[in-house]
Design a protein around this ligand. Sequence first.
Ligand code: ADP
Ligand code: MG
Ligand code: MG
Length: 315
Amino acid sequence: MTTRSPARPVLFVGSRDDTHVSELARRVEQEGAEALMVDTLTFPQETRLSLTEGLDGITLEGRRLERPGAIYLRSYHAHPLTFGVDAQEAMDDDWRTTLVAFREKTTLLRGLVGRWEAMGVPLYNPLTSDWRTPKPVQLALLADAGLPVPETLWTNDPEAVRRFAAGRRVAYKPVEGGAATLELGPEDLTDARLEALEAAPVTFQELMPGEDVRVYVLDGEIIASLRIISRALDFRQNEERIESFELPPEVARQCLRATEVVGLRWTGMDLKRDARGTLRFLELNASPMFLGFDARAGTDLLGHLARALVRAART
Ligand code: ADP
Ligand code: MG
Ligand code: MG
């Protein structure tokens, strides 16, 4: 038996109804730390939270919080569009008041998590990575660090799209992500179709026909590298098989460097092979899902992450 320093509580910022939160909290308790929840989905209807002007003046459910040992930051549920939020009725009834309420709640929650960052509590992920995670800056930072990214154009300018698409295959997808990636066709280059860019800018990217790769990095180490064997352009609706595979050392180094550039302690990143076989970074996710990969590929990302949180909470 080794003696270990006791772990401080691990704090979860997200929803109890999110299996990534509930499973991880359960596993953290098995690993010997208390799991505390700031349920950002039910707050402020439920969860009593008070902050005073002192940095550590934080009371959760009537309990004055000591300095937490580590934070798992999943979601603030900041917006009616956030996954898991159902604000349809409230929005139909009074959208303005509903949006104000979301903004008020989220400002408080960001302030809360900001205090923990200021106190030096390890956050998975740090708030200092926030401004680097939107893809239009993230991919530029990766490119600037000499890492392979696809040729990309984010724009609302029809002429820029036509120039970008000339003589090659192009994929297009939302700037934020979360919806299907499609191949750009000749019918997409008409004036009428490109007028849609007046409603929202879009991402255009060199189309990469090769395999999809997902790499997880935790505390500066690669804990899983998987490839997704699929015939569809966007693997998410069409997974066929997921298997572990060993990254070439050069790619492994690039993945660790990319994680450092974006400033993440924990990430699941997407890479894809271009027509010449080079793996290029599509994105680093700051709060990646992992249970589906554990189930399909036989990895233990859940265990890795739980142990990392408890380790951080002991030191
Ligand atoms: P999201 O944030 O929505 O996950 P991604 O950039 O990871 O956005 O794209 C989702 C998926 O769409 C990728 O994993 C890949 O399968 C496919 N995809 C994205 N960009 C391209 C591209 N340039 N060429 C081919 N397929 C792509
Ligand atoms: Mg992705
Ligand atoms: Mg994403």
